[in-house]
Each structure stands twice: as structure tokens, then as C-alpha cells.
Ligand binder design. Structure first.
Ligand code: TYM
Length: 329
């Protein structure tokens, strides 16, 4: 049987890359889903703890993300949308998987390596300046085990298909490796090997710098799109144009070639205008629906709580199997 799992960090509103790289597939998967418990989508508030913020802010952004996801078209009657922290078995399985995951595998994760590198630069700077900065106190352990928690998210539900963007593929391969390693270690076939589901625009590039991935740590992206930032790089070279065409095609749900043909006679300014228009047409209704949902936050909370009860049912049964398999209780 097909079981889909995916997660998203609670950042209030998703950025365009989140939508085009992952959320769009969540919505599409609903079209031919049969069982009512085959689509699981989680707002990963536990993962979010690796990025320090105030408790109120985390709670608020979690709820806002729930509203955004529903507003983007994830239908609560077809998908189980839930908060990761509401299902304790995620953290229980994290521990079990951490106990079979070699540190070397985690050391190879590029996201971790770039965190290490950033930290190294910070430490280098502060040492050079001879100041004692909090950053120099080092990286959080949670950042290192982050991908193991991701593997736990997936394997807890014996998920088979994982809609993600390109940047999560390495983490997914790790989850596969962990699943295989677990099965071998305990001589079982408990975990199916999860496979990524990628969209056409699995890697939406930054509008400011089309050589880099669009990232949530750049909150100005959305605004830039409707202003002028894309233009400088676009004038200079092709990647900006290709990125804009890909965004346009994905938002209009057509092929890239189709979009290219449609916009063939556009000047750079007109191309930008067309993409901005597509974004506005998409974002406008999503935003007002999100606001409507947030105005009835009670209903939203109720929906989440109901889903979490169902999801806990699935998780408990699987956790029992896992615990038995490794000799707990
Ligand atoms: P997160 O919250 O950073 O991103 C959510 C989804 O958006 C995709 N994405 C992109 N796709 C295309 N182009 C981009 N520029 C772009 N930026 C982000 C991400 O690949 C992701 O699919 N660790 C995960 C959340 C997670 C998860 C999981 C995902 C936790 N557990 C289990 C799948 C399965 C994350 O931080 O995604």
C-alpha cells in the first residue's frame, strides 16, 4: 500500500519554493488517494526547536502554517495534517534510530556541513576580533541529529512516498539507509524503503541570485518578485530567465516549454511582469483564505486535534511493533 508522508517547518507562511517544490504535490496526491489514512502531512515543530525563537512565536507560526497549508489546497477531509509534537512516538523512534545510525553518516550531510562551516567562520571571526560571542559556544546537538528525527518521522508511518524538494533528497537517502540498516540489524522487513516524489520545479532558485536555492532565511524573496530584483541578474545571463519561466510554468501548471513559447516575445521587463502577475493571482486567494481560517482559529485547532488522535492511533500500533522488534517491553 502507498503511504505518503511529508513535513514542513512552521514558518507561518510557506515561501514559493516550499509550495512549488513540495506542497503542490501534497495537493495533487489527494486527487487519486483512496484510503483516508494514506496521506500524512506534518508541521514539524520539533525540528523547529533547532532554530531558537520565543514559545509564543513558535506556537503562532505553527498555527499559521496549518492555515497556510489548508489555504494552499490540502483538504482536511482527504489528508491528515498534524503537529509533529502531538505524536510522542516521533521522539521515541528518534532514539531507537539514533542507536543504529553511525555518526559518519550524519557527518556527511551537506546541510550539517554548511552549518559547521558557517560556525567555523563565525568562530574564526570572533577569535580574530578576540571577542566572546555566544555563537562561539558551538552548534546544537539537535542540528546534528536533525536528519535522524526526519527518518523517524517517515519510518514511524512506514511511509513509501515522500514529496520533497531537491534540498531534502540527501536526508531522504539517509532515511532509506537507516531503514535498510534497521531491517538488516533486526532481521526484519518492518520498514519499507521510502522514495522521494519530486516536482518539476524541485529546486526553485533565489530571485536575487539564481545560482542559489530560494531559502526561507531570505524573507524578502516574495516581495522581490513583485519588484525589480530579478532584473539585474536576468539581464546578465540565462539562469534568472530559466528560473522565472519555471516559476511561471509551475504556478500556471503548464510545461516549461509551453510557458517559454507563450512568453517568447516578452522583453525581460514583460517576463518579470508576467511572473509577478502569476504570483499575485496565486497568492491573493491563498492569503485571504488563510486569514479566514485564522479568524476561526478554534476550528483549525479542533481539526488538528482530531487528526492528531487518528495519527496517534497509527503511530502507537507501529511503535509497538518497533519496540517489540528491538526488545523493549
Ligand atoms: P522545509 O520546511 O525547509 O521545506 C519544506 C519543503 O519545501 C521544499 N523546499 C524547496 N523546494 C524547491 N525549491 C526550493 N527553493 C525549496 N525550499 C524548500 C523542501 O525540500 C521541503 O520539501 N526537514 C524538512 C521538513 C521535514 C520533512 C520530514 C520532510 C521534517 N521531517 C520528513 C519530509 C519528510 C524541512 O526543513 O523542510
Amino acid at each position: 500500500a502507498m503511504r505518503v508522508f511529508s513535513g514542513i517547518q512552521p514558518t507561518g507562511v510557506p515561501q514559493l519554493g516550499n509550495y512549488l517544490g513540495s506542497l503542490q504535490n501534497w495537493v495533487k496526491l489527494q486527487q487519486n488517494s483512496t484510503a483516508d489514512d494514506s496521506l500524512l502531512f506534518s508541521i514539524v515543530d520539533l525540528h523547529a526547536l533547532t532554530v531558537p525563537r520565543s514559545p509564543q512565536k513558535l506556537r503562532q507560526e505553527t498555527l499559521e502554517m496549518a492555515a497556510s497549508i489548508v489555504a494552499c489546497g490540502v483538504d482536511p477531509s482527504k489528508s491528515l495534517l498534524f503537529r509533529q509534537s502531538a505524536v510522542a512516538a516521533h521522539t521515541q523512534l528518534l532514539w531507537v534510530l539514533g542507536c543504529i545510525t553511525p555518526v559518519g553518516w550524519l557527518n556527511r550531510m551537506t546541510q550539517w556541513k554548511s552549518k559547521l562551516q558557517q560556525q567555523g567562520q563565525l568562530v574564526g571571526q570572533t577569535e580574530a576580533l578576540n571577542v566572546h560571542a555566544p555563537a562561539a559556544q558551538g552548534l546544537l546537538a539537535g542540528l546534528f541529529t536533525y536528519p535522524v528525527l526526519m527518518a523517524a518521522d517517515i519510518l514511524l508511518y512506514k511511509a513509501t512516498h515522500i514529496p520533497v524538494g531537491d534540498d531534502q533528497v540527501q536526508h531522504l537517502e539517509l532515511a532509506r539507509d537507516i531503514a535498510e540498516h534497521f531491517n538488516k540489524t533486526y532481521k526484519t522487513r518492518l520498514f519499507p524503503l521510502p522514495a522521494p516524489l519530486l516536482t518539476e520545479s524541485k529546486r526553485v532558485m533565489s530571485l536575487r541570485d539564481p545560482q542559489r536555492k530560494m531559502s526561507k532565511s531570505d524573507p524578502n524573496e516574495q516581495r522581490r518578485l513583485t519588484r525589480s530584483a530579478g532584473s539585474r541578474s536576468m539581464r546578465k545571463e540565462r539562469p534568472g530567465v530559466a528560473n522565472l519561466l519555471a516559476i511561471y510554468a509551475a504556478l500556471r501548471e503548464t510545461e516549461c516549454e509551453q510557458a517559454a513559447a507563450e512568453l517568447r516575445d516578452c522583453s525581460n521587463a514583460q517576463l518579470k511582469e508576467a511572473v509577478a502577475e502569476a504570483v499575485v493571482q496565486f497568492v491573493g486567494p491563498v492569503r485571504s483564505e488563510m486569514q479566514r481560517l485564522l479568524a476561526n482559529a478554534g476550528d483549525l485547532e479542533k481539526m488538528l486535534a482530531e487528526n492528531e488522535e487518528k495519527v496517534n492511533g497509527i503511530a502507537r500500533a507501529n511503535w509497538k511493533e518497533i519496540a517489540t522488534c528491538v526488545g523493549l517491553q
